[in-house]
Ligand binder design. Structure first.
Ligand code: SAH
Length: 474
């Protein structure tokens, strides 16, 4: 199994300092799974190529901790020697450790110098998800080229091989390139040959720092890296969302009590909006909840607890449960609501829990109504079906009040560049038609009726800035 790193330009031959490996010899390293060899097939002034060859010892692995549990012969017949897998990450961490850590002993400035890199992974095990190679690497700024072959040209009906030759190009620091490979190769491989626990979670968060939180497919990456362990994935996502929020100036404003209301979205920049849209939204939602006679209310994706605070002021709501996927938001919510000063009776009335709306959760059962305010647009569109199932089929409150931005209204805000979404974490924003066709489909599927309303100052052509769906089941 081969990882080839190539660079060009006047400093190309400095690669040996960066990798900390002598250019004139083949160096070999003993690893738990076999051997790793590093050598330079090309080493010129203007072009240098470094190869890392993994010589995985399948028989040695059978004797060691490695087990293929799926079928008995799997111990002897498996793809481990031929694919880029977590062994590749182990090799990167051990054999290229200085480069991965961004250090260069002899010429420290090299580690801080971007080089034009081309990395070639000869056999990336994509487990049938080859389209994800582009989706995962492109947002990180790589030019991606992939090549797959038929599994066996004699039997075209067997389809394409799940192994993809992948070439990635980008001008960046070597540490950045190696860090991406370290995390993403095992995410693709998704092989369950070792125990995935807290340590893997810590590794993912440590190595993912600074890029994973803002990756549009962070959920896929976390899920694959953590082998689908739901509780670890949930924790990873919550921490990543926290990291992203921290790095977002809009969100830090939101956390600041001195700036009442809400993030510095165009909504808050626009002086024409008489009452902050955020506050208006919550007032409209509380009015709906009062009107439908709900006594117990879910606030799903409750964020920093602003709606919960409003709900608390209405005696009709005897039971309130706020849930969010972000620990940090829940902590802020507790602080804002002075949760630590509450007596037992207040704690019986209000609960704040950590959880994700895309996983089945019994704690959400038995409520009259649910508010899902400005949450759906934070989810990948492919997760909306899971959310709908959790909300409308499993939790199944009598009323669901759901709001989301009306994309058509964005052009009213001159400060928002054309085509841009209102918040950097928004995965999508919908026109009124798009929202209503989704809402109608979900209502029909789960036996609800739905009515749509606008919130905020209405534009005669583009509608209101926020759109609200009020779902009601008989
Ligand atoms: N409803 C709040 C917050 C909106 S911001 C308000 O109106 O002020 C969106 C919130 O959704 C964030 O707090 C985010 O952490 C949360 N969120 C995103 N994905 C989620 C998920 N899968 N499950 C639960 N909450 C989620």
């Amino acid at each position: 199994m081969l990882l080839t790193l190539e660079t060009e330009g006047p400093d190309a031959s400095k690669i040996s300092y960066l990798l900390h490996k002598h250019p004139d010899k083949v160096q070999s390293f003993e690893m738990s799974f076999g051997k790793v060899h590093v050598y330079y097939p090309k080493y010129h002034e203007n072009r240098a190529v470094a190869c890392m060859l993994l010589d995985v010892d399948p028989v040695g692995m059978v004797r060691g901790a490695y087990r293929e549990s799926d079928f008995m012969l799997g111990q002897y017949v498996n793809d481990r020697p031929f694919v880029a897998s977590s062994f590749m990450s182990v090799a990167i961490a051990q054999v290229y450790s200085s480069a991965l850590g961004g250090k260069c002993k002899d010429e420290p400035s090299l580690a801080q110098t971007p080089f034009p890199w081309t990395a070639r992974i000869d056999s990336l095990a994509t487990r049938g998800d080859s389209q994800w190679v582009e989706k995962v690497f492109s947002p990180l700024g790589y030019q991606v080229s992939t090549h797959t072959a038929l599994l066996d040209p004699e039997f075209p009906q067997w389809g394409q091989s799940p192994y993809v030759q992948t070439v990635l190009s980008k001008t960046c620091l070597l540490s950045e390139l190696l860090t991406h490979l370290y995390v993403l190769i095992p995410a693709f491989d998704n092989n369950k040959h070792y125990f995935v626990g807290q340590e893997e979670l810590d590794k993912l968060l440590e190595k993912g720092e600074g890029w994973l939180a803002s990756h549009p497919h962070k959920e896929w990456i976390a899920r694959r890296y953590l082998r689908g362990r739901a509780n670890l994935v949930r924790t990873a996502l919550s921490r990543l969302i926290d990291e992203e929020n921290q790095s977002d100036p809009e969100e830090s404003l939101q956390a600041d009590e001195s700036t009442p209301g809400q993030p510095l979205t165009p909504e808050s920049l626009s002086s024409e909006v008489p009452l902050r849209l955020h506050a208006q939204r919550h007032t409209s939602v509380v009015d709906e909840l009062i009107a439908c006679g709900a006594r117990s209310v879910l606030d799903l994706g409750c964020g920093e607890g602003k709606l919960v605070r409003e709900l608390l002021g209405v005696p009709q709501f005897q039971r309130i449960l706020g849930m969010d996927v972000s620990y940090k938001s829940l902590e802020i919510a507790r602080k804002r609501l002075r949760y630590d000063t509450w007596d037992e009776k207040q704690k019986d009335r209000v609960e704040l829990i950590h959880g994700s709306l895309i996983y089945k959760d019994k704690r959400l059962h038995g409520f009259d109504a649910a508010a899902v305010i400005e949450v759906i647009e934070h989810l990948e569109p492919t997760r909306l079906d899971s959310l709908a199932k959790v909300l409308f089929m499993q939790a199944r409150p009598k009323y669901v009040i759901l709001t989301t931005p009306n994309k058509e209204y964005n052009s009213v805000w001159e400060s928002l560049p054309a085509g841009q979404l209102r918040h950097q974490d928004h995965r999508f924003e919908w026109t009124r038609d798009e929202f209503q066709s989704w809402g109608n489909r979900i209502a029909a599927l789960y036996g609800y009726r739905v009515q749509y309303k606008g919130i905020g100052q209405e534009d005669p052509v583009r509608g209101a800035p926020t759109q609200m769906g009020v779902f009601h089941r008989d």
